[in-house]
Design a protein around this ligand. Structure first.
Ligand code: MSP
Length: 553
């Protein structure tokens, strides 16, 4: 059976409403998922929400309601955002679900039984805002803790710790042996440097007296697990991972094994094989995360957690790290008070305009500055003026001069014939770009083909050819080339603009039996010449009406 392409986003904190940064990550994953479906692959796309933790408990207290009630409302907002932006996921993760809690507890119990989790007392300065103990490393040059740590207090507390530092050499080795463990490259370098600095172990609990909105530790009812063991586990708990289906259960591995040498790793491969087929068909995933949660959360804690529970190196997920949408140079975030509401944007301009902007105006991995003016400008220039106009002109001329009937004649004009070569080049550059998750570069290829078509129309002026009896072959050739280019452009933009791509296919009267269904789009169809001789195209209806400045902005 062919392997399923598994893609995840981070899960979103349910302490406040979604903003454009969250919308971006969801759409980016959706576009990559749709691209893989376009290639004919089976896809499993997981996204969802991170519902436990201090911030949620605090926000709920502020709102005067129980955390469970509080997260319900915000969870719904994230689900609605997905719907609004046409994000087609296969599974929705909610960390308060029993299914998830069972897996988290199973993993914790196992690591505890193996001696990888232990209890210890810590005392020192604690940042309430960042929810962590501070060391001298966090002091500024003046010897003080900076304002980024917020209120600082002295604390003494017993907690449970995971033996993180024990796996440091393994992680270094893994990152040195796999060049594309993290994309882009410079993020892998950043992670490698961070791994060198791993010193202590990871605190994984909070006493219930301080935080009770969390998953209770299976071996101590006075504690809940804190943040990362809960949140990160979602990636496997919602994909069918079974914490009990280990080699321990199958008798391959003794409980209590503490040394993690080569022998352990050899056995661990079999442990992974003990997982249900449903899980092994999907895993490992391509995991999309923002740059703020690579180090230490995903790059260190997550990879080490997986290793500790027996995932071999060839089953490590790949991390695709994207940049931030900033507003006025600062990261968009609720606490900074500079958020843009994606639902408001979608209501104003339409989901596809928002999707197009978020995918075309940022390079994957880099930051970008959000601007509503740019959103309108890109839509008007690329979609309304160029692509929309091309579709409209082509179909209007096809109707007017040939009752919509196309003819794939030999092409005497070089100006027209070359559109076939341009399209082929665009398709291959597009495939390369999307294969490396560079969506904006892929969209540039579709835009370039539309641009060349418009140039060809202006150069050959079909309306003058239509008047001359001896130019009817040229006229037929240009109309065929334009329609064929439009069909290919529709396929290329379909992961980003699924509705518009359907609209284009409908107007081209192409694959009507699959109208509205995603299976209608296939990358294999982006081959030149698939519109058959005598195909009749439909009538034009404006797909991308111009946004008039002043209307929205
Ligand atoms: N809940 C944790 C992640 C747990 S994953 C097991 C979390 N949540 S978050 O809501 O704060 O962020 C979720 C994702 O949104 C992260 O990948 C983060 O980088 C991304 N974004 C949040 N703000 C962003 C921008 N302004 N721009 C782009 N993405 C950003 O962290």
């Amino acid at each position: 059976m062919p392997k399923t392409f598994f893609i995840t986003t981070a899960i979103y904190y349910t302490n406040s409403s979604p903003h454009v940064g969250h919308a971006y990550e969801m759409v980016l994953a959706d576009v990559i998922a749709r691209y893989h479906r376009l290639k004919g692959e089976k896809v499993f796309f997981l996204t969802g929400v991170d519902q436990h933790g201090q911030k949620v408990q605090q926000s709920a207290a502020k709102a005067g309601i129980a955390p469970a009630e509080f997260v319900k409302d915000i969870t719904q907002k994230f689900a609605d955002l997905g719907k609004k932006l046409d994000v087609r996921y296969d599974e929705w993760a909610e960390t308060i679900s029993e299914r998830h809690k069972k897996v988290v507890r199973g993993i914790l119990q196992r690591l505890f039984d193996e001696g990888q989790i232990y209890k210890d007392k810590q005392s020192g300065y604690y940042s309430v805002r960042q929810e962590q103990f501070l060391t001298d490393k966090e002091r500024g040059s003046d010897g003080q803790f900076g304002p980024e740590w917020g209120e600082i207090e002295f604390r003494e507390e017993e907690n449970y710790y995971f033996k993180l530092s024990q796996h440091k050499d393994w992680l270094s080795h893994y990152l040195n042996s796999r060049a594309d463990a993290v994309i882009p490259d410079f993020r892998q370098t950043e992670l490698r440097n961070a791994v060198e600095k791993i010193s202590g172990d990871l605190c994984i609990s909070r006493p219930k007296s301080r935080l009770d909105w969390g998953i209770e530790l299976p071996f101590d009812k006075d504690f809940v697990t804190y943040v990362w063991f809960d949140a990160l586990t979602n990636y496997i708990s919602f994909a069918g991972y079974d914490p009990n289906a280990t080699a321990v259960a199958t008798g391959l591995r003794p409980v209590g094994l503490e040394s993690l040498g080569t022998a352990h790793r050899a056995v661990a491969t079999s442990e992974f094989d003990a997982q249900p087929q449903e899980f092994r068909d999907k895993w490992p995933a391509l995991q999309i995360i923002g740059k703020d949660i690579l180090v230490p959360a995903h790059g260190i804690y997550w990879l080490i957690m997986l290793h500790a529970i027996g995932f071999p190196e060839d089953q490590m997920p790949q991390l695709l790290v994207h940049g931030w949408w900033n507003l006025g140079g600062a990261k968009m975030s609720k606490s900074a008070g500079n958020i843009v509401d994606p639902v408001v944007l979608a209501d104003k301009y339409g989901a596809e305009a928002v999707r197009y902007y978020l995918m075309s105006d940022i390079n994957t991995g880099k930051d970008a500055d959000f601007s509503e003016e740019r959103l309108v400008e890109r839509y008007n220039v690329d979609l309304a003026n160029s692509l929309g106009n091309l579709l409209n002109r082509t179909l209007t001329m096809a109707q007017q001069y040939r009752q919509g009937r196309l003819s794939n004649v030999e092409v005497p004009l070089a100006n027209i014939r070359f559109l076939e070569d341009v399209a082929n080049l665009n398709v291959s550059a597009y495939t390369k770009a999307l294969g490396s998750h560079e969506i904006s570069k892929g969209l540039e290829q579709a835009a370039a083909l539309a641009g060349q078509c418009n140039v060809a129309i202006d150069a050959e002026r079909p309306w003058t050819l239509a008047k001359k009896d001896d130019r009817q072959v040229d006229l037929a050739a240009i109309l065929y080339h334009l329609s064929e280019s439009l069909r290919i452009i529709a396929i290329l933009v379909s992961p980003v603009l699924p509705k518009a791509a359907h609209g284009m296919f409908d107007q081209l009267n192409w694959k009507m039996e699959l109208s509205g269904k995603e299976q209608r789009f296939s990358l294999a169809d982006a081959e030149w010449g698939r519109l058959p001789e005598g195909h009749v195209v439909g009538k034009p209806t404006p797909l991308f009406p111009r946004i008039e400045i002043g209307e929205g902005v």
